[in-house]
Write a protein that binds this ligand. Structure first.
Ligand code: SAM
Length: 330
């Protein structure tokens, strides 16, 4: 089985925001006073499992749980363990997550047991004061402890860093060095215009062409054709042998190879991170015990997957989409 969109792209990757809630309030991601979805609107863990499993039957080979912060959803490990059965059955290649790392000390071992082997941890700075400013509520120490626990549990760690003008631009070398020493892959990401925040996003926006220029003054970056099927372009740092990815939705259009769709915790499917079009999967899911209506709704939605996003980064410009990244799942 495979799902092919109108542009011939095969959809093999589902990202699921299991909660829109988070224990951090990163300045580029959320406003400090966020209104979250009422808990009764959320799909239960059993329903999330049912939707994910329907996608697996339809050809999805990779599942990523994200959020909000996936590890703050109550009993989320039940979902990981449940979904892990698809790995055992050979119908899924990878079960993974994106996390801020705050709860990893508690959950790393259990994630490994559920079949997770790699995970992405978001970390924008190695400076404790800066970390507090960026995340508002986070503690660097706790995240570093969590990352260490993940490594010790046998999980391969990739660090995701959002490049922020005047905030962490001067730290890119330290991040490369630290990741090189620790054996973590590193990916830089440009900010995307999603949801209202307190600041003008142009004040934060740092094109990765600048980051790459800075890095090239100190490191030898060798372009590689390596791909993980995602939007990142990779280079190898000759001095450390380590891989660095660049996700550049603005300076390079990253849609041609898009293989993913995104499910929210209320059962809404977004076929593109940067477009408004969506499909409700909760109603067909709840319509009956068998999954026929659900599967038909998924097919109909994939048939509407758009060619790409239209992110616009300009001073004073309203966000390209009004939902925050935490809703669709970054
Ligand atoms: N809480 C988890 C975490 O921190 O990784 C998962 C959800 S978070 C929304 C996923 C990723 O999206 C994080 O790496 C975060 O830095 C990134 N992100 C959030 N808002 C963004 C934006 N407007 N532009 C670019 N990246 C963003």
């Amino acid at each position: 089985m495979s799902m092919i969109d109108p542009f011939g792209r095969s959809v093999t990757y589902l990202r699921v925001s299991v909660t829109d809630r988070c224990d951090f309030r990163c300045v580029y991601c959320m406003a400090e006073n966020m209104t979250f979805l009422p808990k009764q609107d959320l799909l239960t863990l059993e329903e999330l499992d049912r939707v994910c499993s329907a996608f697996v039957r339809k050809g999805v080979r990779k599942l990523r749980l994200t959020g909000g912060e996936p590890l703050v959803r109550r009993d989320v490990m039940t979902l990981f363990h449940g979904l892990g059965r698809h790995l055992g059955q050979g119908t899924l290649d990878e079960l993974t997550l994106t996390t801020n790392g705050s709860q990893l000390d508690r959950f790393a071992g259990d994630l490994y047991k559920a079949g997770v082997r790699r995970l992405n941890v978001s970390l924008d700075t190695l400076d404790a004061e800066r970390f507090k400013k960026i995340t508002r509520w986070g503690r660097l120490e706790q995240v570093l402890t969590g990352i260490k626990a993940a490594k010790e549990a046998g999980l391969r760690v990739k660090i995701n860093t959002v490049a922020l003008k005047g905030v962490n631009q001067d730290e890119v070398h330290d991040l490369v060095s630290w990741c090189g020493e620790q054996g973590y892959d590193l990916t830089f990401i440009e900010t995307m215009p999603m949801g209202e925040i307190e600041e003008d996003r142009m004040d934060q926006y740092l094109p990765l062409t600048e980051v790459r220029g800075d890095l090239e003054r100190r490191w030898t970056l060798v372009d590689t054709a390596e791909t993980t099927g995602g939007p990142a372009r990779y280079v190898r740092v000759q001095e450390t042998g380590q891989r660095i990815g660049f996700i550049t939705p603005h300076t390079h259009n990253f849609c041609e190879l898009c293989n993913r769709v995104r499910l929210t915790c209320t059962g809404t499917l977004y076929m593109c991170l940067g477009q408004h079009d969506k499909a409700d999967l909760r109603a067909p899911l709840r319509a009956g015990k068998d999954d026929r209506a659900l599967e038909a709704a998924i097919d109909e939605a994939i048939g509407r997957k758009p060619k790409g996003h239209d992110f616009i980064m300009e001073r004073g410009h309203v966000p390209s989409v009004d939902r925050h990244m935490s809703v669709t799942g970054g």
